[in-house]
Ligand binder design. Structure first.
Ligand code: NOJ
Ligand code: CA
Length: 548
């Protein structure tokens, strides 16, 4: 039986041709991308130096994780000044030059906006601490009286995502402040109109500079249920997503409607992409209604196991939910918060998402994980909608799974005494040149996190020009995807054997074998395959091909 997913309904005021509907967007985690000045930390000039590489990869846009002034307690997701570049990463001038160079190459630039919380070093929080309890600048945040006889207990039982309490007490006071993440990241109070006005100003500041859009951090958290009620701690066992009163409240949508209007004040198709860990897909689609954001990360796809039925279900439900609201869906396999999918696919439960991997845990099968990741790339880039690539994914980089505790920096590791291993293993600096110190990441050979020995084999220079390499596979895939306009296409399932998916998008048929056995390769000309096809008519195990 074949089922057809209709081409997304295109809303009246949309041209349907906006670049973000089908774009391939490459995520840069600036501190780990390329270091130009030898301090062991990636920077904006380093990003500029790699624009020719990104251009030849064939991406449409880059998304930069935060580079703003920040004490770096959570890799820059603790912002102390939203309108300046941290000296660690360069200057506003460096940013402007990078933006111009990217635009000259036809690459759009999306930056990260962190509206749920500031750094505790932000001037708003410093003023709030100085203000009297119960008034003034304290209204920028969620300050509450503690419970107990002398306020010694937190106002409610909410827990931080990074472990421990979601409340910290102000020394010498009965007041506490809310932080869904680290204690250095106080949550802003979005009921306060001044907070809303400040952020509209921040959007305009960057839109005027010419950015093409914003990735909105924890977009589902800004508004909390009134009264901040206690919560039973219910968490989805499968995805780890929780459904507490701090997430996915109706009030967030009004904020995104107002931001949509701000973006429309500027020419070009500026966009907003939501980081919202909500389920089911119909809830996620509410963030990308016609007058709100433009895209939302598809985390169901990232969370899916290496399994034909599971992935087909996610593909169907996400295409259908996005089509209901006239938005494109997105396809995401990895990011800076998740064990790299090359390594997840090499676990005994392939695709499982552990919270970091260290030497004491199951070590992924590196070759098998990479083989599946290459096949998954053929699936992802054949799907209609927009696709994301996390830096290094195009090199087939594995997670650093044996990083020593002494090097770890993720606050979740420290807040849980190491129970959560954390996200450092996917943030290891990119290997550019094999044989050089830090594999060419830094001009001085330093690297803020050590790279595993294997990175030398994965270096970009080793892969460049080798037709069997993952880098060249990605280049070819992106070119074909573009030439055949697959991002704007439509998907039609075709009958296939168990454990195999077969579908059509335009003139291309895509077949993915999720099993450990060979399967029949459909008739036709093989345009590209994730492993060599040595035997005519046979698709090897854990492999994929595109055919015409
Ligand atoms: C999501 C970001 O992707 C993550 O890196 C960060 O720690 C949290 N939001 C808090 O900002
Ligand atoms: Ca640097």
């Amino acid at each position: 039986m074949s089922a057809q997913i209709k081409h997304p309904f295109v809303a009246e005021c949309s041209t349907g041709a906006e670049w973000w509907r089908s774009a391939v967007i490459y995520q840069i985690y600036p501190r780990s991308f390329a270091d130009s000045n030898g301090d062991g930390i990636g920077d904006i000039v380093g990003i500029s130096s790699k624009l020719p590489y990104l251009s030849s990869l064939g991406i449409d846009a880059i998304w930069l994780s935060p580079f703003y002034r920040s004490p770096q307690m959570d890799g820059g997701y603790d912002v102390a000044d939203y309108c300046d570049v941290d000296p660690l990463f360069g200057t506003l001038g460096d940013f402007d030059r990078m933006l111009e160079q990217a635009h000259d190459k036809g690459i759009k630039v999306i930056i990260d906006l962190v509206p749920n919380h500031t750094s505790s070093a932000h001037k708003w929080f410093r003023s709030a601490l100085k203000a009297p309890a119960g008034g003034g600048e304290r209204n920028f945040y969620h300050f509450r009286e503690g419970k107990g006889e002398s306020g010694e207990l937190p106002p409610n039982e909410w827990k931080s995502i990074f472990g421990g309490n979601a409340w910290s007490r102000i020394p010498g006071e009965t007041q506490w402040y809310l932080h869904l993440f680290d204690s250095s990241q106080p949550d802003l109070n979005w009921e306060n109109p001044e907070v809303r006005a400040e952020f509209e100003g921040i959007l305009r500041f960057w839109l005027k500079r010419g950015v093409d859009g914003f990735r909105v951090d924890v977009a589902h958290a800004l508004v909390k249920e009134p009264g901040l009620p206690d919560w039973d701690g219910k968490i989805s066992e499968d995805s780890g997503i929780n459904f507490g009163p701090m997430w996915d409240q109706e009030g967030v949508h009004e904020i995104y409607r107002s931001w949509n209007k701000v973006l429309k004040e500027f020419p070009g198709d500026r966009m907003l992409v939501a980081e919202a860990w909500v389920q089911p897909q119909s809830r996620l689609a509410r963030y990308v209604r016609n007058d709100e954001m433009h895209q939302a990360f598809n985390f169901d796809y990232l969370l899916a196991r290496w399994d034909a039925t599971a992935l087909r279900y996610v593909i169907d439900t996400s295409l259908a939910a996005a089509a209901e609201v006239g938005a494109p869906t997105t396809w995401v396999m990895s990011n800076h918060d998740t064990v790299r999918h090359t390594s997840r696919y090499g676990l005994s439960e392939p695709g499982l998402r552990p919270n970091g991997i260290d030497a004491s845990r199951e070590q992924p099968d590196e070759a098998l994980g990479l083989r599946r990741a290459r096949a998954a790339a053929l699936l992802t880039h054949a799907l209609p909608g927009s696709a994301y690539i996390y830096q290094g994914e195009e090199l087939g980089l594995p997670e650093h799974t044996t990083l020593d505790a002494a090097h770890r920096q993720d606050p979740s590791f420290f807040r849980t005494d190491g129970v959560l291993i954390g996200r450092d293993g996917c943030r290891v600096p990119i290997p550019w040149v094999s044989g050089e110190a830090s594999c060419g990441f830094s001009v001085a050979g330093d690297s803020w996190l050590p790279q595993p020995d294997s990175f030398s084999r994965y270096s970009a220079d080793v892969q460049q020009g080798d037709p069997q390499s993952t880098l060249e596979l990605y280049r070819q895939l992106l070119k074909l995807r573009h030439d055949y306009a697959l991002g704007n296409g439509r998907l039609t399932w075709l009958p296939s054997a168990q454990g195999v998916l077969l579908f059509e998008n335009g003139p291309i048929r895509i077949v993915i074998n999720f099993t450990d056995l060979t399967t029949a390769l459909p008739d036709g000309h093989v345009l590209i395959s994730s492993v060599p096809i040595d035997q005519p008519g046979v698709l090897p195990a854990n492999a994929a091909a595109w055919l015409t």
